[in-house]
Design a protein around this ligand. Structure first.
Ligand code: ADP
Ligand code: ZN
Length: 220
């Protein structure tokens, strides 16, 4: 039985960034449904082709598709051994209900649900100025305002080209924030009622400061 952590928060709150730090420290496996879907799109699989229009518009992929993806992932040996961080799942109340069944079937336990809250204006700025490394093995994330690469358009860590996610345009970002408020924010009440919600805030401080605040909230 392994520990499963869930990070919930609006797009741009830094779930991916502090999530990586969390996994490095705890050895939990980082499972980002957004990353899995982007890999499927890049590889041009049937699933990838099916979801790319929805993702580019900032909408949500169907609950059944992501729930199946997560269940398959949670059965793998690395997670059975080290547990995992779910980043970006669940995102709707039906997904949270589905997760309960998934945890029972895969024999894992929910260790905590971390809610990362942040100011809306900061989120819009962060999302539209975010740039990603195109080298999947690297996965570095930059921000042309807060954390610009030394050389424009090039990853400091590995030298690969940077790109902007199709859903980081202003229009798609605004839609994602709206989808979050309508479909994901209700999860806060859901997990509050279950009694395992831990709250933290993401600010304009460095990722290290935000991470320390999160670990403090988790008392880890
Ligand atoms: P962010 O948290 O920055 O919005 P993610 O990388 O988690 O981005 O997800 C990108 C997109 O992938 C989402 O906007 C959505 O279209 C799709 N997606 C990811 N996870 C889920 C999920 N659990 N349910 C439905 N759609 C999802
Ligand atoms: Zn890189």
């Amino acid at each position: 039985m392994a520990d499963i952590y869930v990070f919930i928060g609006p797009p741009g709150a830094g779930k991916g960034t502090v999530g990586e730090m969390f996994c490095e420290k705890t050895k939990a496996v980082h499972v980002s449904t957004g990353d899995i879907l982007r890999q499927e799109m890049a590889a041009g699989t049937d699933l990838g082709n099916k979801v790319k229009g929805i993702i580019a518009a900032g909408g949500l992929v169907s609950d059944d598709i992501v729930a199946e993806m997560v269940e398959n992932r949670l059965k793998k040996d690395d997670i059975v051994a080290n547990g995992c961080l779910l980043d970006g799942f669940p995102r709707t109340v039906p997904q949270a209900e589905a997760l309960k069944g998934i945890l029972q079937r895969t024999n894992h336990r929910m260790a905590a649900v971390v809610l990362i809250e942040a100011d809306n204006e900061m989120l819009i700025t962060r999302l539209t100025s975010r740039r990603m490394c195109s080298n999947k093995a690297c996965g570095a994330i930059f921000n042309i305002i807060a954390m610009p690469p030394k050389k424009e358009g090039i990853c400091d860590r590995c030298g690969a080209k940077l790109y902007q996610r199709t859903d980081d345009t202003r229009e798609a970002a605004l839609n994602r924030l709206d989808v979050y408020a309508k479909q994901t924010a209700p999860l806060i009440d859901f997990y509050e009622a279950e009694g395992n919600l831990v709250r933290t805030t993401s600010t304009n401080d460095t990722p290290e400061v935000n991470f320390a605040r999160l670990m403090d909230a988790l008392k880890k």
